[in-house]
Design a protein around this ligand. Structure first.
Ligand code: ZN
Length: 253
């Protein structure tokens, strides 16, 4: 195998470790962001709930004023009843009083119903508050896990990045571009070994996407130090047999 492919394989080893750390971090970060969105939604619900509760209470207060005003009127009518001079006058006052009393009884019934609704509403508010508290607790845990991961992996991540940059400096810009493109497309897995599924057959496959490769492409790969891409998945191909020799060589260094 040529030097470029050797360097790319070393780059691949480092890249995959970087991707693992990055994906792990992204998972934890997504959890933090999800919880923040949830808390924002709960806050919106709480705000709407408080507004609605306030409106209900205001309606109840207005009804209470209405009832009180009518009670005043009833007591005035009661006094007037004693001073009534004719039967007709007495009858008129009595009718007005009865109407007021009937109205108040009706309003008081709906006030009772409204009070029950307000109580149910308050219970609902307590439940939303509890939901928010739980989400805040979950968020604190998730943020702590993210910070712990960062503290734990920062040094390793930086070292891997430095190593990656060191190797990349020895790779030609074209090869590096091809590598980065394939790495981005396949979660860091930029390289794929060429396999020969049936030893008796002169048939070669890309181990990345399992598609058959043209024979001349395999021959080119064996004889030249070129970066050859799988036409299907875009991974950089390397020949399996030479690859294992390269691994042994690396180990002995
Ligand atoms: Zn492929």
């Amino acid at each position: 195998m040529g030097t470029t492919l050797e360097e790319l394989r070393r780059l691949q080893t480092v890249e995959l470790q970087l991707v693992t750390i990055r994906q792990n971090r992204e998972g934890k970060l997504r959890r933090v962001e999800l919880l923040k969105r949830q808390i924002k939604q709960i806050d919106d619900r709480l705000a709407a709930h408080h507004t609605a509760a306030r409106e209900k209470q205001m309606r109840l207060d207005a009804l209470q004023l209405d009832v009180s005003a009518r009670e005043d009127s009833i007591s005035k009518h009661r006094q007037a009843l004693n001073k009534a001079k004719t039967n007709k006058e007495y009858g008129l006052i009595l009718t007005a009083m009865n109407t007021e009393q009937a109205d108040n009884a009706k309003i008081e019934t709906s006030m009772l119903q409204m009070m029950e609704e307000i109580q149910a509403f308050k219970d609902e508010g307590v439940a939303i508050d509890a939901e928010k508290k739980k989400s805040l607790d979950d968020l604190a845990i998730a943020e702590k896990a993210l910070a712990a991961l960062d503290a734990e992996t920062k040094a390793r991540f930086d070292a891997l990045k430095a190593e990656r940059d060191g190797i990349a400096a020895h790779v030609s810009p074209d090869a590096l571009t091809a590598f980065e493109r394939a790495a981005q497309r396949h979660d860091g897995e930029a390289l794929a070994a060429v396999t020969r599924p049936r030893p008796k057959n002169e048939e070669y496959m890309c181990s990345g996407c399992n598609m058959t490769l043209p024979l001349d492409l395999y021959n080119a790969l064996r004889t030249k130090n070129d970066v050859v891409l799988c036409k299907t998945c875009g991974r950089i191909l390397f020949a399996e047999i030479q690859a294992s020799a390269s691994t042994a060589g690396r180990r002995s260094r």
